[in-house]
Write a protein that binds this ligand. Structure first.
Ligand SMILES: NC(=O)c1ccc[n+]([C@@H]2O[C@H](COP(=O)([O-])OP(=O)(O)OC[C@H]3O[C@@H](n4cnc5c(N)ncnc54)[C@H](O)[C@@H]3O)[C@@H](O)[C@H]2O)c1
Length: 362
């Protein structure tokens, strides 16, 4: 897969913008396994980050053809082998002119700025960058430790002048290493959380309707416990963490019946999307003592407002949709993307290619 990029020197075109330093893009691509020949660079959009949001919104809500891109791109693309962009649109009329293009990469997670259909029609793989998976992964582990060890609770009480050493969960407190974590959804983020948990020696069980154990083994996650039985995970795990995408099929996916199947001394975490959880069911589960506590980074309404029913509870830890927001996830995204490309070159992980079901990959 994409192996030919390592053989002959490849002509590279990098198009950056105010958000990502071109030197980082150059360094990342040079450090990747791609055999870099001539590297051309272009700059897209306003010079300053502060002037970017308006353009960004236009790109995120529009079509790749809606925004002008540097004119030189149309000439350079003709004999480019590998194209890397951040926000710069890749419209069909640019792809049309490409005669040798073998790979389109973007440092973003979203691909609405790329005419993926046009790329597919020319059998060109498009690879995006899951740049905040590490950021979310670390945050989730932080939530697990904070929730089970009362870090924020203690901090808040100390600020009120109270020195307290007994909490609602003191009688069941144990280390993560002696707990079992159950992850639901083993996509980009679920896999990162699992990798970090395994590295910390935390027994980890996972459930994903569509991901096979073999694919997890290929990602170096063979040590985790894989189950196709959701009830088994719910009935076993000390901490259940949701990592599903919000799509029509996952609307209010986690409901009261699921909380009923959890252990009464277990914790629940949602850092994915508000839409996948029935929040009324969570309130009921906490009120009825069906679970011990919960940590949330995402909600059914954001911001919460003063009357939010999950505020001011000792056993609920809340953060304001922060999990994915670290600066390095943008500034250093070319390195993350280059690492993914190396993995694509080395291992058979074609599901990282956005249009992989529609193209022929040799
Ligand atoms: N809190 C934040 O700041 C933040 C930041 C980034 C992403 N997210 C969210 O994190 C979530 C996970 O993101 P991702 O990139 O890992 O998504 P992903 O699409 O890579 O993974 C989702 C996984 O869920 C699995 N899945 C889908 N339906 C399922 C079902 N019914 N049962 C079991 N598994 C099912 C899929 O097979 C897939 O493996 C998303 O909801 C995303 O929006 C949150």
């Amino acid at each position: 897969m994409l192996n030919e990029l390592t053989k002959e020197p490849q002509k590279i075109l990098l198009i950056t913008d105010a958000n990502v330093d071109i030197e980082v893009m150059i360094d990342a691509v040079k450090k990747s396994k791609i055999n870099c020949g001539e590297i051309n660079t272009l700059f897209f959009g306003p010079a300053s980050k502060e002037d970017f949001p308006e353009l960004q919104l236009k790109i995120e809500t529009g079509h790749p053809e809606d925004v002008e891109i540097p004119e030189e791109a149309y000439e350079l693309i003709k004999d480019t082998d590998v194209l890397m962009v951040h926000f710069c649109p890749v419209p069909g009329k640019l792809i049309e002119k490409a005669e040798k293009l073998k790979l389109i990469m973007t440092n973003r997670g979203g691909v609405e700025h790329i005419d993926v259909e046009a790329a597919t029609s020319k059998n060109i793989p498009v690879v995006n960058c899951i740049r905040n998976a590490d950021s979310v992964g670390e945050f989730v582990i932080g939530l697990m430790i904070d929730l089970t060890r009362d870090i924020t609770l203690s901090h808040n009480l100390l600020q009120e002048g109270k020195w307290k050493r007994e909490y609602y969960n003191s009688s069941i407190q144990k280390t993560l290493g002696n707990s079992k974590v159950g992850l639901i959804g083993m996509g980009n983020i679920g896999c990162v959380v699992a990798k970090k948990l395994l590295a910390l020696g935390v027994p980890t069980m996972v459930y994903d309707e569509f991901v096979t154990y073999e694919s997890l083994v290929k990602k170096g996650l063979g040590d985790l416990e894989y189950t196709k039985d959701l009830d088994h995970l719910l009935g076993t795990a000390d901490i259940v963490s949701l990592h599903l995408r919000y799509v029509p099929a996952t609307e209010k996916w986690f409901r009261l019946e699921h909380f009923r199947k959890m252990r009464k001394d277990a914790y629940f975490i949602n850092s994915a999307r508000g839409g996948i959880l029935d929040y009324e069911a969570l309130v009921e589960a906490l009120d009825q003592g069906l679970i011990k506590g919960a940590a949330l980074d995402v909600y059914d309404r954001e911001p919460l407002g003063d009357d939010y029913p999950l505020l001011h509870r000792e056993n609920v830890l809340l953060t304001s949709h922060l999990a994915g927001t670290t600066l390095d996830s943008i500034a250093l995204s070319p390195y993350i993307l280059a690492r993914d490309i190396d993995e694509l070159i080395e291992k058979d992980v074609s599901d990282r290619i956005v249009n992989y079901r529609k193209i022929t990959i040799e």
